[in-house]
Design a protein around this ligand. Structure first.
Ligand SMILES: Cc1cc2nc3c(=O)[nH]c(=O)nc-3n(C[C@H](O)[C@H](O)[C@H](O)COP(=O)(O)OP(=O)(O)OC[C@H]3O[C@@H](n4cnc5c(N)ncnc54)[C@H](O)[C@@H]3O)c2cc1C
Length: 501
């Protein structure tokens, strides 16, 4: 294959998604083959409400060859061990969705099925008592793995972060700029098309025209390239996830030490509380058909802890994804590609997933553009599968509720469900079996935590568990719990206490 000259990669939009794409591309591509340009407008603000993320985001930072600890410091990040869901299954009921492992090795027997048999025999130990992250969260232990002894059973907690995404953006801008990514600060006013329907260039309001071979649309909810220029249809999932608006606010606190996100179900939606180092990000996600902005603001102010730093910001939400995330010579990432309400903190993960997949299927400088539709079809199928799995996992929190105290929650129980989720729920109800793609964000332990947290249990455990020495299994389970408790006891006391919420 021969080198056909330098390719121009143009990223439209410089929010978290745009700079994640720029950083990933520049870290992997040789500058003599590729010129990377980011076009952003300082007049259009980025979305950055103080985000809760999942472990793949720190994995992304490590893949760039960056120091995780430095990233944590520069983004003023705090430890996230999981999410506490309050009042979701019913008012007054809570459960924890932990990160990391859930259960221990039981000589080849599936942990969840053994736990289920123990439950059928009268053992009331919650599933999450077997999760290092949940046990740490209960004790408000806020340490990163680097602060744990090398033989600690708590090491499998696999914490993620609560971070300031505007600081994350700045961090990535510095990384990309040092590696010769070009930045143009101007407003994109027009997208010029080629006869074959692909994008030729972006026209800016500083009169510049930016030509490109390949474009990445990171322009946020508007989708300047993928929607307005390429007209890739949007798969709207409002019928499954009716929340379409958010009121967000930051509050000041002296110091936050709670190592988990809180999500509290309210009469017409749910409120998040994300502890950053010196402030708390709060938001109320709601259905505008069931709640006015005035009531939403009231709920937000009631739920938020600490002194408000500003008036609430209202943001309309559109849940769904582009049918073709990759169309012609353009890939959409971040909010331009799709959005799921932040209940399980998956949006920035979807950017890392998209960037990784783009690198795997990258339309290199040698290939003929005739190959692109094949690569695009694969990219679109795999992105759709990940979006749909996360969508189904998000819906699970709503459709399994027992709340009947408001029209919103009653509707959640009768809303249509995607067939893929109906199948999952039935299979779980019958025998606790789950079919999850290997590379999906939420693996079996997450589904088990949410199913059982919401009060959904299988009717029977797997018959193979009866073939095993159950007395031995019960001893091993007790032993594991004791190990986790001992490991917590042996950690130096930080004197931290969770803010009263
Ligand atoms: C309320 C809310 C809460 C969220 N919480 C979480 C969370 O807890 N965890 C999580 O993982 N994710 C969360 N997300 C999602 C996360 O914030 C986004 O996925 C992430 O910030 C990526 O955004 P983006 O870069 O795609 O878009 P944006 O941040 O909107 O950036 C768009 C960029 O495009 C530029 N632009 C737009 N139009 C033009 C133009 N005409 N010319 C030039 N430039 C232009 C803008 O200047 C900006 O730089 C949340 C999102 C919302 C809305």
């Amino acid at each position: 294959m021969k080198h056909t000259g330098t390719r121009k990669l143009v990223i439209a939009g410089g929010g978290t998604a745009g700079w994640m794409a720029a950083a990933a591309l520049v870290s992997r591509l040789k500058p003599e083959y590729y010129e990377i340009t980011v076009v952003e407008s300082s007049h259009i603000s980025t979305i950055g409400v103080g985000e809760s993320v999942v472990p793949s985001v720190t994995g992304f930072i490590r893949d760039l060859g960056l120091d995780e600890q430095d990233f944590i410091e520069k983004t003023e990040a705090t430890v996230k061990l999981g999410t506490m869901f309050r009042d979701w299954s019913d008012k007054g009921q809570s459960f924890f969705h932990p990160l990391g492992t859930l259960g221990c090795e039981l000589e080849g027997n599936e942990f969840f099925q053994c736990w289920l048999k123990a439950k059928f025999e009268g053992d009331s130990t919650p599933l999450t008592d077997y999760s290092p992250a949940a046990v740490m969260a209960k004790s408000t232990i806020s340490v990163f793995p680097s602060g744990l002894p090398s033989d600690s059973p708590l090491l499998t907690a696999n914490p993620a972060l609560h971070l300031d995404s505007s600081l994350m953006r700045q961090y990535l801008v510095k990384f990309a700029e040092e590696r010769q990514v070009k930045i143009i600060n101007s407003h994109i006013v027009n997208v010029n098309m080629r006869e074959n329907g692909s994008i030729e260039s972006l026209e800016l309001n500083n009169r510049q025209t930016v030509q490109g071979d390949f474009f990445i649309d990171c322009s946020g909810f508007r989708g300047l390239l993928i929607d307005e220029a390429l007209d890739s249809p949007f798969l709207d999932w409002k019928q499954f996830l009716p929340c379409d608006r958010v009121a967000a606010m930051q509050t000041a606190v002296n110091r936050t030490t709670r190592p988990y996100t809180i999500s509290t179900a309210r009469e017409s939606g749910w409120a998040w509380s994300i502890p950053l180092r010196s402030r708390v990000s709060s938001g109320f996600v709601y259905s505008s058909s069931h709640c006015s902005d005035t009531r939403a603001e009231q709920i937000l102010r009631e739920t938020a802890v600490g002194e408000p730093l500003h008036d609430p910001q209202f943001i309309p939400l559109r849940t769904g994804m582009r049918e073709q995330m990759w169309k012609k010579n353009c890939v959409a990432l971040g909010l331009a590609g799709g959005f799921l309400e932040p209940l399980e903190s998956a949006n920035i993960h979807l950017v890392t997933h998209g960037v990784k997949l783009l690198m795997e299927l990258f339309p290199g400088i040698f290939e003929d553009q005739q190959d692109w539709p094949t690569l695009a079809a694969e990219y679109n199928a795999r992105m759709r599968s990940e979006y749909e799995e996360i969508r189904d996992f998000t819906i699970l929190h709503y459709c399994t509720t027992s709340r009947v105290d408001s029209e919103f929650w009653r509707r959640c129980q009768s809303n249509p469900l995607p067939d893929s989720l109906v199948e999952k729920i039935e299979l779980f109800r019958v025998r606790g079996v789950l079919r999850i793609s290997d590379d999906s964000l939420f693996q079996k332990s997450s589904w088990q935590a949410v199913f059982t947290g919401m009060g959904v249990f299988p009717q029977a455990y797997h018959p193979l568990v009866d073939m095993a020495d159950f007395g031995g299994i019960q001893k091993a389970m007790l032993n594991y719990r004791t190990q986790l408790e001992d490991a917590i006891e042996s950690l130096p006391q930080t004197g931290n206490s969770a803010p009263s919420e």
